[in-house]
Design a protein around this ligand. Structure first.
Ligand code: ZN
Length: 411
């Protein structure tokens, strides 16, 4: 799956590979691939992975051209850094924010509460702010995490119409206000942008009802220096910004269906960033995507994919795949569920399952646990003894807005 026409693609790939070979990392990695490099035959080049990329050897331009340092994902012990040139900054602001906001219909009339991170070399806060200002929006630079009471007073004081946050945080924040007697849908929020976690359609519907707002998903990746794609007002798949990124789907031997949807044409998203500085070439993102061949009703020519979660979080159960979003979809069929949960699997054979579910109810009865067991048994092709043994714990929804991502599968 390539998203540029052939001629354009060939020309740009050749240029990209010439840039890439300025870096020590790619010179070593692609030694012996001279012919493919010269002909721009991207598909003959091996994939790159997060584990092997040496960020210190990835630079392709003189360091005098760098104007900003940002943190890429890395690990706590070994953080990795991206270096931005002025052109990177311009493109990142333009694509990450301005274009995304145009896709979801934000305008200079919006008052925007920026709940992305500014701290500890995370540059999402800065980029989001710069793009929003460029669009003429009024920005309130709050940052991630934070105090729900403070956030509420800012929403009321400035008449906030939109904010960006993780989907699980949007749920926690809204339910916290409701528990305090404040109805989120009466706060005047019109558009909520979510990123950083996956969510099912059913979870989105809950958020939209809770807040009385439209919820849109961005596909953001620090390695890509920003946003790879965005939903549009149709909310039917993510448009990939194919003038900056090439996407391929790496075939995986997945079952044809998961518990709640088809996996036809699904694969691991392979990303190539079309930039001069620190390019990523055939980078295995670990994200699971599914191609959408139909044109979008919004009229955009940017092709779409459905984002389905992480490749390493797909469990195979019988003839079906089970993803975190499947379990979320199933759980939300039962009243009183928040959609947030953690499933812990002991051992590769899934010999013992622990399911901790955050609920919206004060009382947690055995009857409810049995209802959940029955639902799982009905929908998963597993031995009934496995579900019979499943250890289900119901806990009240936490209102904590910490930095940790919602972990659905702990495998
Ligand atoms: Zn569209």
């Amino acid at each position: 799956m390539y998203l540029l026409n052939d001629l354009q693609r060939k020309h740009r790939i050749k240029k990209l590979l010439r840039w890439a070979m300025q870096s020590e990392f790619y010179r070593q990695k692609y030694s012996g691939y001279e012919e493919a490099l010269q002909k721009g035959e991207l598909q003959r080049l091996p994939y790159t992975t997060k584990e092997e990329i040496d960020f210190d050897k990835l630079a392709t331009v003189d360091k005098e051209r760098f104007v900003m340092v940002g943190r890429s994902s890395g690990t706590v012990d070994k953080p990795t850094f991206l270096f931005f040139t002025p052109e990177d900054m311009k493109n990142t602001i333009e694509v990450w924010t301005v274009r995304c906001w145009q896709f979801v219909g934000l305008t200079n009339k919006d008052v925007f509460l920026n709940l992305t991170r500014y701290d500890n070399l995370h540059i999402s806060g800065y980029i989001t702010q710069a793009g929003s200002i460029k669009l003429g929006m009024t920005v309130i630079p709050y940052g991630a995490g934070g105090d729900p009471d403070q956030i509420l007073s800012l929403i009321k004081r400035f008449g906030v119409t939109s904010f960006v946050f993780r989907p699980s945080h949007v749920m926690r924040l809204g339910m916290f206000y409701r528990s305090q007697g404040v109805e989120p849908s009466e706060l005047g929020i019109q558009k909520i942008i979510v990123t950083g976690e996956w969510m099912s359609k059913e979870f989105r519907r809950m958020l939209e009802e809770l807040w009385g707002a439209d919820v849109y998903v961005l596909y953001t990746m620090t390695e890509a220096m920003g946003d790879v794609g965005s939903e549009c007002k149709e909310k039917d798949g993510t448009h990939i910004f194919d003038d900056y990124f090439l996407i391929e789907l790496r075939e995986l031997s997945l079952p044809e269906k998961s518990v709640t949807h088809t996996l036809e044409n699904a694969g691991e998203i392979i990303l190539t960033t079309m930039r001069e500085n620190m390019p990523f070439i055939r980078y295995r993102t670990g994200d699971l995507g599914m191609e959408i061949s139909k044109k979008c009703a919004c009229g955009s020519k940017h092709q779409r994919i459905h984002l389905l979660g992480r490749v390493n979080e797909v469990l195979r159960v019988g003839s079906l795949a089970v993803t975190p979003l499947d379990i979320q979809t199933l759980l939300l069929r039962i009243p009183g569920m928040s959609g947030l949960y953690t499933l812990t699997v002991d051992g590769k054979e899934a010999s013992k399952l622990h399911l901790e579910i955050e609920t919206l109810e004060a009382e947690h009865t055995e009857h409810k646990k049995q209802e959940i067991r029955d639902l799982l048994l009905e929908n998963l092709e597993v031995e009934s003894s496995l579900i019979g043994d499943i250890d289900i714990k119901l806990v009240p929804l936490s209102f904590s807005l910490n930095y940790n991502k919602q972990k659905y599968f702990a495998i």
